[in-house]
Design a protein around this ligand. Structure first.
Ligand code: TGC
Ligand code: FAD
Length: 392
């Protein structure tokens, strides 16, 4: 990949809305991405390998549990700082943001919110430092958008639970040390449990041949009569609302992350358009390319303002699921459209690994599907404004 010359666009001086701490956290993550992610990420994507060398750096910049209290090893930051870290990571690559999202919002968050003190003490500090990596198993081969119908199950055996079933499309699964898994008990109630690598009957085969999110390892979780100690059940919340509560937090981070990918595509296209000469002048001087670039910065600016406001609401514990859905859906689609347009601005160069645009575009094809598809988020908005569920 060519040298990382990224300059973040801020057309409406959104920086003025950020505190000094927000800017420090953001700039630390930005500098780290330039130094540690940009030089290695293209090769990692080409080889479809999660770059394990960056795990300690992710922990150092506070990307594992940004809003988890410091007493448990987290960074103790607010929701806007969390969002800004996700933005900077996805500026580098959605797969890197994915790994941090899963660790923070889908593994540390449920242990912190739904776990007991012993579980928090046992797992959170090691997850924050990157000594342990985790994954989140909700989706099953036959139940993606409709997790309420999941069939993975636990049976009470007196001293322990017996876990059976399978999860699919699980980020971090191939290398995760622990998995937060959602399964039904004998009453059909969804429970969260912590499954540890090494438990007999638990395997995590990798999913190969992805054209998207190639720096993030994806796999299955297979449970064949796995004995789960009773102390591994998350005691403080059950029902579908428990995993969906984690998704709220992760979707919020994705809303910010997508802006990072969009900013990178825009910045690359703008620089290229100013330098690339055709018909005796920079292509940036043509009306058609200016239209593309002007629309990109307009959409990025709208997304920045939407997401900043969502962050304020989230800090005040007032952000609703439907507001988060709107931001996730809007920003991912915005980023995907910008990636497609930006790729065209670069002509043939746009399809090479010399520039990050095509990698962002392909990554975003996963981001638009996971954590609730584009359609599902639209229907969540529809349900919110009409009061009628289209899912039932
Ligand atoms: P519904 O009847 O609406 O709700 C069931 C219960 O859950 C409560 N609830 C929530 N609670 C907390 N947070 C939320 N966001 C909640 N949404 C709903 C609700 O109040 C109710 O509670 P109760 O007490 O009345 O029982 O549920 P439904 O079955 O109709 O489904 C609604 C729907 C379709 C919106 C939901 O199932 C959904 O969001 N589906 C999408 C599935 C999804 O997003 N899966 C993501 C898997 S994880 C992933 O993709 C990780 S990618 C990670 C990466 O690499 O970054
Ligand atoms: P389906 O639910 O089968 O949907 C197929 C299509 O039908 C979609 O377009 C959908 O919008 C549409 N559709 C479904 N229902 C309706 C409806 N009622 N009305 C209209 N249209 C509808 N899951 C995890 O649990 N943990 C992870 O870590 C994780 N990581 C992932 C990583 C990657 C790279 C990918 C691609 C997925 C990951 N997922 C993970 C799974 C992801 O959350 C699901 O793929 C997603 O929720 C959609 O489920 P599905 O693929 O089964 O699609």
């Amino acid at each position: 990949m060519s040298q990382d010359l990224f300059q973040a666009p801020d057309y409406y001086q959104v920086d003025d809305l950020l505190s000094e701490e927000h800017k420090l956290v953001r700039d630390t993550a930005r500098e780290w991405v330039k130094r540690a992610v940009s030089p290695i990420i293209e090769e990692a994507a080409q080889q479809a390998k999660f770059p394990t060398s960056i795990v300690s750096g992710l922990a150092e910049i506070g990307a594992f549990g940004p809003y988890i209290p410091e007493a448990y090893g987290g960074a103790g930051l607010d929701q806007i700082s969390y969002g800004l870290i996700m933005q900077e990571l996805e500026r580098g690559d959605s797969g890197i943001r994915s790994t941090a999202s899963v660790q923070s919002s889908l593994v540390m968050y449920p242990i912190y919110q739904y776990g007991n003190e012993a579980q928090r003490q046992k797992y959170l500090p090691k997850l924050a430092s990157g000594e342990l990596l985790g994954c989140f198993g909700l989706t099953e081969p036959d139940y993606g958008s409709n997790p309420a119908a999941l069939v993975t199950n636990i049976k009470d055996m007196g001293d322990y639970y017996l876990l059976n079933g399978a999860k699919m499309w699980i980020s971090n699964a191939p290398f995760a040390d622990i998995a937060v898994v959602w399964a039904k008990n004998e009453e059909g109630r969804i429970k969260g449990l912590i499954v540890e690598r090494g438990m007999e009957g638990f395997t995590t085969p990798e999913t190969h041949n992805k054209w998207s999110l190639r720096t993030s390892a994806t796999g299955e979780l297979i449970f064949d009569n796995v004995k789960i100690p009773k102390e591994n059940i998350l005691p403080n919340k059950d029902g579908l609302g428990a995993p969906l509560g984690c998704l709220d937090s992760a979707r919020y981070g994705i809303a910010w992350g997508a802006i990072g990918a969009a900013m990178d595509c825009y910045d690359t296209a703008l620089r290229y358009a100013k330098q690339r000469i055709q018909f005796g002048k920079p292509i940036a001087g043509t009306q058609l390319q200016q239209k593309k670039l002007a629309e990109m910065i307009t959409e990025i600016t709208k997304a920045q303002l939407l997401t900043w406001r969502l962050g304020v609401l989230k800090n005040e514990n007032r952000a609703t699921t439907a507001q988060i859905s709107m931001a996730k859906r809007n920003n991912v689609e915005m980023a995907l459209k910008i990636a497609r347009e930006a790729r065209q601005v670069l002509g043939a160069m746009g399809i090479t690994g010399e520039y990050a645009i095509m990698r962002h575009m392909m990554n975003l094809e996963s981001v638009v599907t996971y954590e609730g598809t584009h359609d599902i988020h639209l229907l969540i908005t529809g349900m919110d404004i009409t009061g009628i569920s289209a899912f039932k």
